[in-house]
Design a protein around this ligand. Structure first.
Ligand code: AMP
Length: 450
């Protein structure tokens, strides 16, 4: 029988990569929380209709990339390809629309799209996203963009570039669509099949097609910002002024339209210039004032983003970031027969002072236990041999210099803390040279003195 393998495009995340991954998630939660974006968790599976209406029929995501299946009751369900529609549904279903507005929410979790897998594009991937629902003021757009930018910058993302645009609303977009169609119509037969198909349904998408054949016709296309109605223009100017006031550098990108139908006004992406080609977007977002109504709820504005954690991780790795291997502080070896329980007790005391402690297991030779200790990377090893147990002591070994001494059990915690403190110091100094080092090492809460 051949061994079972994982599903194409769905990756395991293994240590030590998960240490960096967890740091990125903690950083996201921390920054979001400090701005009042509380965590929301919605189901991974939703009614297919939620995405068909909320993401938009006619988008690649809905047309080609959803994992859809029937449950027992003949109800069509889908693994979520993104989370905004789910969050908006939950906002109404959970009654959050009744309280003070806007409601600020953040999420972290897996999304599923049956796209062609390649570097930076997977079938299960992770997003950190936020949604500010119930407020249409431009300062909300600025706040959301600043949060995305802060996360990437603090994580140490290399060469990030903020791209901003406005794509208007249901007042000015219909006329703009006609202007666009008039521009592209004469060239349609030379453009790709996707563009020909989108010409009627969603002509804005012709602006961001990445196929070389379509590039010459995009160059002179009319920009959406030149066709905004007065309220959209005022909103857009306020967003740009807000970004400038915060000192955020950005580029106005008239071809940025986003792939999803429900966006109005502000659209933005953040690119990493170090990631190549179409996969250079670390994330993006925008205003979706039309979404709630599209889903059958009261007309309610919203603004949010989704950042790709996989992409950020890839960008960090390419820029030379190395994962910090998970490592306990103390490795305890209950060597004497029957000392396993004593070992547990000692480990419990060490953990009480926040020393991460791992116990060696099994009846093995000291050599074999020590090999396991070395592999664990712990800077401090505690050995409970026959003699030590008889004397109410333990041997404490400093793995950095090989020095060891016998200490009484009541002095053990202090001895282990001293060794761990030295090791932490060395580690911090080493990490100083690493990409995004300080920000990515919130780790386990570092110990308090004493
Ligand atoms: P979207 O929801 O399409 O606007 O995507 C927002 C961000 O999620 C992108 O910029 C990527 O960082 C990430 N992302 C989207 N699709 C994938 C995918 N298939 N694999 C990995 N990351 C993805």
């Amino acid at each position: 029988m051949s061994p079972i393998r994982s599903v194409t495009g769905m990756n395991d995340l293994l240590p030590p990569a998960t240490t960096t991954w967890s740091s990125l998630e903690r950083l996201a939660e921390d920054l979001a929380g400090r701005r009042g974006y509380w965590r929301i968790v919605t189901p991974i599976v939703e009614s297919t209709e939620l995405f068909a209406r909320g993401v938009g029929a006619g988008t690649d995501v809905v047309e080609k990339e959803m994992y859809t299946f029937e449950d027992g009751g003949g109800h069509s369900l889908t693994l979520r390809p993104e989370a905004t529609a789910s969050v908006v549904r939950a906002y109404f279903e959970g009654g959050l629309h009744d309280g003070p507005q806007p409601v600020r929410l953040h999420y972290i979790g897996p999304m599923f799209r049956r796209d062609r897998p390649q570097a930076g594009r997977y079938r299960q991937f992770f997003q950190f996203g936020v949604e500010a629902i119930g407020e249409s003021a431009p300062e909300v757009d600025v706040e959301v963009i600043e949060l995305a930018y802060a996360w990437l910058r603090k994580a140490g993302a290399p060469g990030i570039s903020l791209q901003v645009n406005s794509i208007g609303d249901e007042v000015c977009r219909p006329a703009y669509r006609e202007v666009l169609r008039a521009h592209f119509r004469p060239h349609l037969d030379q453009m790709c099949a996707d563009c020909r198909r989108r010409f009627e349904v969603n002509p804005l998408r012709l602006l961001d097609c990445k196929k070389p054949a379509c590039a010459p016709f995009q160059a002179g296309a009319p920009a959406p910002v030149e066709h905004l109605c007065e309220p959209c223009r005022v909103h857009h100017e306020a967003v740009l002024a807000g970004l400038r006031a915060l000192g955020l550098e950005f580029q106005q990108n008239p071809r940025l339209v986003r792939g999803l139908d429900y966006y109005t006004r502000t659209a933005f992406e953040i690119w990493s210039v170090d990631l190549e080609g179409a996969q250079n977007a670390l994330g993006g977002g925008g205003r979706y004032d039309g979404l709630a109504k599209e889903l059958g709820f009261a007309d309610t504005p919203g603004m949010g983003f989704a950042m790709g954690i996989d992409r950020l991780y890839l960008a960090l790795r390419r820029a030379g970031h190395s994962d910090l291997p998970p490592r306990p502080d103390v490795f305890v070896i209950p060597l004497a027969a029957g000392s396993a329980i004593a070992g547990q007790g000692i480990a419990a005391r060490l953990r009480e002072v926040e020393l991460d402690t791992v116990l060696s297991t099994g009846a093995r030779s000291l050599r074999s236990h020590m090999r396991a200790a070395e592999r664990s990377g712990a800077p401090c090893v505690v050995i409970l041999g026959e003699d030590e147990i008889a004397a109410g002591e333990a041997t404490v070994k400093n793995m950095a210099d090989g020095g060891q001494s016998r200490v009484r059990l009541d002095a053990l915690v202090a001895a282990a803390q001293a060794i761990q403190g030295q090791a932490d110091h060395v580690r911090q100094a080493q990490r100083g040279a690493d990409v995004g080092a300080e920000e990515l090492d919130p780790g386990t809460p570092r110990r308090k003195a004493g």
